[in-house]
Write a protein that binds this ligand. Sequence first.
Ligand SMILES: [Zn+2]
Length: 101
Amino acid sequence: MKEDHLFHDIFGLARQVKERQERAKELGMFVEDRDLLACPKCGLEEDVTCHGLLIVSKASKRGVDTGLRFSEVDTAQHRFHCPACGANFVAPESHTRGSFC
Ligand SMILES: [Zn+2]
């Protein structure tokens, strides 16, 4: 009986976290549900500002948001489309970079 309540409490909390992550994404925040992306062809890359906003910059102008965003074309295989050069690529397993402040 207690375990049923515990399961429902945990399930409810997990749903709340997921809903807040989705809302944060809608607001342009990076919720760390995946690694930051970088296009292997042209070098366009994601970064996170000090305020947690997800931006996409050219490697030559880091920290300057282009306004472009990568789009996911295959969720199961983690394939993304580069809005700058049109390349499709698989997100790397662990591409991490610190944010700039
Ligand atoms: Zn590209």
